[in-house]
Design a protein around this ligand. Structure first.
Ligand SMILES: [Mn+2]
Length: 651
């Protein structure tokens, strides 16, 4: 599962330089222009090109405000301004251990992986392998979580002098996702070539839970197989030594860790075990790996609580002390200097790491992320920047094409948006079709816009790979599990999943998916609720107040970005910016102060018209200098409209 993003660094350049002057002259509401593109279906007339259903506004609810608790939090934790304490109090934090853990999680609170079911078996087996120099293959997913899992394991095993190691990621276009049979046989041949007929081990991470057939095959070839995974277990019995907190009788750390966190704790424990057995002398610093682990943890959208929170919190704060310069170089390549924010990790760096596996062979990343040389790390960052740009171009073209293939009126949108197109193709600079490495991101964009579950399938020669995303209230993997027999394969998490179908079954499957949404969420469409943490004025949103929000960064699942409602502002100016002309910048005023708000990847907000009075909802952030407050806009409402409170009243 992963989350990807966009051109935030573009904001920093464009909002300060004179570069966007030209876009103002080109006209305000020019439709976003993707790289050259072609409609999904030739049946869609050119004239209808930009008639796409309007974005849906969620139902806005303001959380009950608790000013007294906010004051208590402010005093106890020395906040200067009231904004952060107000938000924490509205989120039901009180002066208890939960708040203490949110604001000061201790690294010593990280759990011992031996408490995980099969944790001790995996650790002692790996320690045996290393001491006896037995060949070991580590195979992980090609997304951020999988790449970082492999990088951590490989770097630590190298540091203890273990060389009988084959670290590998699948290549999407060659063997597809995960531990496929094709992938296993290919890697097995490499292992045989290198190590002959010696007994071998295979450790997978971020996949493996559902690969019963392939694991049995590997065991038949003499492998010991261990799996570190957090994907949905379902009712397939995994014949490997399974380290998956989601399995029956486990629940390790409340199942919040992504594969990279499981791998980090495992390798730390293996190192410990080697030391205990006298095989290594020096200690290992777990802290060295917290930066990549934090990025992959946030990118994988796991709940940011328990050990996931400890990793994400400390990784963000250790950024400048990382022994691996590539992360700093990636940030520089995106135009950001100095200490990153949590969203710099998720919106700028994580997509660059993901781009490699989306578009091709990401195997170079296992070593490139662990590179300790600045110059070569800089070259890696440049390479990833360029891959990410290509991914953005493909995404923009696919999104445009997907939008045009939807019914024109929002009332006619299906409850579960299911789209399929032919495999992605580029010829003479024209991008067409769906790229199977990018379908997930575009599904996510459609979820954000239409607030309902979405799947996009890319049809490669009759077999279509799909990526599912959803909204709160509709559990993907639970519902897909019930439709399992209609899929060639399917797996994932409650909020994101992947599946392969026979393309001829597409209509049937979309019908079944639509029916399952109606069963779950009712026959009538209701937009999901959006919770506002606090109602503030422009005066409350000063740089100190916004800086204090950083005390509970990074934001993500279970620790959402602070969402604030600022009532009654006038729209002063607007402009569209960005390479794909898909971001909208708005200057708003309360008559005394102004604020610049940015609507990322969207330009259609009918409320935002010159001189309109609006309530805005979104997240305040600081610009690069840290002195100016900007506002990342989620939505805007006409100022004469009241807003519901979480308790049912109006404010
Ligand atoms: Mn994962």
């Amino acid at each position: 599962m992963d989350r990807d993003s966009d051109q935030r660094s573009g904001m920093r350049k464009n909002t300060q330089g004179g570069k966007e002057q030209s876009s103002v002259q080109r006209g305000l509401f020019e439709p976003p222009r993707a790289a050259s593109l072609r409609p999904v279906s030739q049946l869609i007339a050119q004239a209808a090109r930009d008639q796409i259903p309007a974005a849906i506004t969620p139902e806005i609810k303001v959380r009950a405000q608790k000013p007294e608790m906010a004051d208590a939090i402010r005093d106890r934790y020395n906040f200067q301004e009231k904004l952060a304490p107000l938000i924490l109090a509205a989120r039901d934090y009180t002066l208890n251990a939960e708040l203490e853990f949110r604001l000061n999680p201790s690294l010593s609170s990280l759990p011992d992986i031996r408490e995980m079911k099969n944790g001790s078996f995996i650790i002692s087996h790996l320690a045996d392998c290393i001491i006896e120099k037995r060949p070991l293959m580590i195979a992980t997913d090609f997304d951020n979580d999988g790449i970082v899992s492999n990088m951590i394991a490989t770097d630590i095993l190298k540091s203890v002098g273990f060389s009988n190691l084959h670290s590998v990621l699948p290549i999407r276009d060659e063997t597809g996702y995960g531990l496929s049979e094709k992938f296993f046989w290919k890697q097995h041949a490499i292992m045989r070539e290198r190590f002959g007929n010696r007994p071998m081990s295979l450790l997978t991470a971020d996949f493996g839970t559902t690969n019963k057939k392939e694991i049995l095959q590997a065991q038949k070839e003499g492998y010991w197989v261990g799996v570190l995974d957090h994907h949905h277990v379902g009712d397939v019995d995994c014949p490997a030594v399974l380290g998956n907190p989601g399995q029956t009788g486990c629940g390790f750390e409340d199942n919040v860790l992504a594969a990279n966190g499981l791998m980090l704790l495992t390798m730390f424990a293996v190192h410990d075990e080697l030391k205990r057995r006298g095989a290594v002398q020096e200690s290992m610093s777990l802290k060295d790996y917290l930066v990549p682990a934090a990025i992959a943890t946030i990118a994988d959208c796991v709940p940011l609580r328990g050990a996931s929170w400890t990793i994400a919190y400390h990784g963000l704060r250790m950024f400048e002390d990382s022994p691996f310069p590539v992360f700093q170089e990636m940030l520089s390549a995106r135009g950001v200097r100095g200490t990153p924010s949590g969203s710099d990790l998720s919106m700028l760096i994580a997509p660059m790491i993901n781009a490699a596996g989306r578009l091709g062979d990401a195997n170079f990343m296992i070593e490139a992320l662990a590179d300790r040389q600045v110059l070569s790390a800089r070259a890696t960052a440049e390479r990833l920047l360029s891959l990410n740009k290509t991914r953005q171009d493909i995404e923009a073209a696919m999104l445009q094409s997907a939008l045009q293939s939807l019914p024109k009126e929002v009332e006619n949108l299906p409850r579960f948006i299911c789209l399929m197109d032919e495999a992605f193709e580029e010829s003479d600079g024209i991008l067409s079709g769906y790229h199977k490495g990018v379908v997930g991101i575009v599904s996510q964009r459609l979820v954000e816009r239409y607030l309902r579950p979405v799947v996009l399938f890319a049809n490669y020669d009759g077999e279509a790979s799909g990526s599912f995303r959803t909204v709160d209230g509709y559990n993907l993997i639970a519902n897909l599990d019930k439709l399992r027999k209609h899929f060639i394969k399917v797996g994932g998490h409650p909020a994101a999943a992947g599946g392969t179908i026979d393309a001829s079954q597409f209509s049937k499957i979309s019908e079944l998916l639509n029916r399952s949404v109606e069963l779950d969420l009712g026959a009538q469409y209701k937009p999901p609720s959006f919770h506002v943490d606090a109602v503030c004025t422009l005066r409350d949103i000063n740089p100190t107040a916004v800086r204090e929000l950083k005390r509970f960064e990074p934001f993500g699942t279970d620790n959402p970005e602070p969402d604030i409602l600022i009532p009654d502002l006038f729209v002063e100016k607007m402009r569209i910016f960005g390479k794909h002309r898909n971001n909208l910048s708005v200057t708003l005023s309360d008559g005394h102060r102004t604020i610049e708000a940015v609507y990322w990847r969207r330009t259609d907000m009918p409320m935002l018209q010159h001189n309109n009075r609006v309530h805005i909802i979104g997240t305040p952030t600081l610009n690069a200098s840290g002195e100016t407050v900007q506002f990342s806009l989620k939505t805007a409402l006409p100022a004469d409209e009241g807003v519901g409170s979480s308790k049912g009243g109006r404010v």
